[in-house]
Structure formats: C-alpha cells, structure tokens
Design a protein around this ligand. Sequence first.
Ligand code: BEZ
Length: 258
Amino acid sequence: MKKVLFIMAFALSLTQIFAQTASKSSKSDAKEDRNFRVPLIGETAPSFTAETTNGTLNFPSDFGRKWKILFSHPQDFTPVCSTEIIELARLQGELDKLGVKIAILSTDPVETHLQWKKSMESLDLNSQGAVKIKFPLIGDDDLKVAKLYGMIHPESNTTKSVRGVFIIDPNNIIQVIYFYPANVGRNTDEILRTVAALETSAEQSTATSHVFAPVNWNPGKDLLVSIPPKAQASKSSNDVPEGYYSPVWYMWFKKSSQ
Ligand code: BEZ
C-alpha cells in the first residue's frame, strides 16, 4: 500500500513539474511574440515602406505635411471592416476638406486587398450608392506594420490586428490613438470631429494661449482657452475681455466667430 501511495505521489509531482515547464515555455513563446509596443501620443510616427493597392507607400513621408490617419483592420472580406471602409470612402470629400490623408492596414496581402476592394466598390450599402475607394490599402501579411504600431494584441489574436486609429500631425507626431476590438466598428463622425478639433487647436493656439476643444465639441462651437490674451496681459482673472466668457476662474471660453 505504502509503495502504491509513493508511486502516486511521485507521478503527481512529475505531472506538476511538466505542467509548470509547459506553462513557462508557452509564456516565453508569448513573450517573444510581445516584443513590440504601441508608439505613444507625442512620439514620431514610425516610418515604413509597404506595398498597397495604390503602389508602394512610404509612410508617413509620402503624405508630406498633411494630417494623416493610419486605420487598421483585423482581416479582409469581413463584414464590420467592410462597412468601415465603405463609409470612409463615402466620406472622402470630408477627408479632403480637412486635408487629411488616410491609409488602411489589414493583415492580408495586397492581392487579397485588391479583390476585397473590388467587391466593396460593387456594393450599394444602405442604398447610398456604390463608392470608389481612393485611399491605399496596405498589404501586411507578415505583420510588419501591425507590430511596428503595436496593433497585434496577442490575447485577442496573434495574427490579426485590432481596430486601430492613429491620427498624425503634419510634423509626423502621433496626436491621437484609439483601439477597438474586432467586434465593434468605429465611429467615423468621431474621427472627423477629432481631426477638426486637432486642426482648430493647432491653428488657434499661440505661444502663450492654448486652445482646447471641450466635451462634445464640434466645428462652429465655442472653444476653451488656457487664458485669454487681455487677462494674461493684465494678470487679472476678473478682467474678461470681449469675445470670451468665464463661468469659473479656471474655465475660459472663446466665443465662436461663426
Ligand atoms: C469584421 O470586420 O467583421 C470582423 C473582423 C475580425 C473578426 C470578426 C469580425
């Protein structure tokens, strides 16, 4: 009996050792897979050269001194991704008005992108008419770009990028990052609103007074300023100049000129 118990205990310890080793090795494999990071707000957008449906793209340099959006998808021929791309193509006029260039990434090859693009361009989604997709779809079947931008989130999927949006300024500095999971499509109104807010803030800020977009801001609405010019000159927060209002000492609105 003693001998049987000893053999059982020995077998149990061996099983535990094997389980621990297997877990350590799968963790170290995963660790190798995670040897990349998301570039952060304020950092220079990582550069890459890739083939796209519009030819070779050197990102971000080929887009010059424009605002830029890098928009990623998990996979070609998937329904949510297709609705997002068709909507962005429909909004091409709005993107042009904002002077923003967009590049789409999906972790499939360009040949597949070309077939997918043709299929999307043939659709009349929500009876809004078929649209032409003018922006490039980047081939990334080797995950080079997805990893460079930290779009692979291994606990979600090791080969498919999450839905990422990077908004990059004319100096190629990352200004905004959104990440969404595969099962939620992004809000294109919010993307356009964010670009408009960034552009307005950049245009209207000065060295001494920064302009900010308050909650739910949209073009034409009043903006916030760090401190209005006249009050700054007089160093008195009670002195509210024409065109500004201040509900409380730490909140200064600049009235919209509209
Ligand atoms: C989609 O875009 O529909 C999708 C992509 C990846 C996983 C699930 C859905």
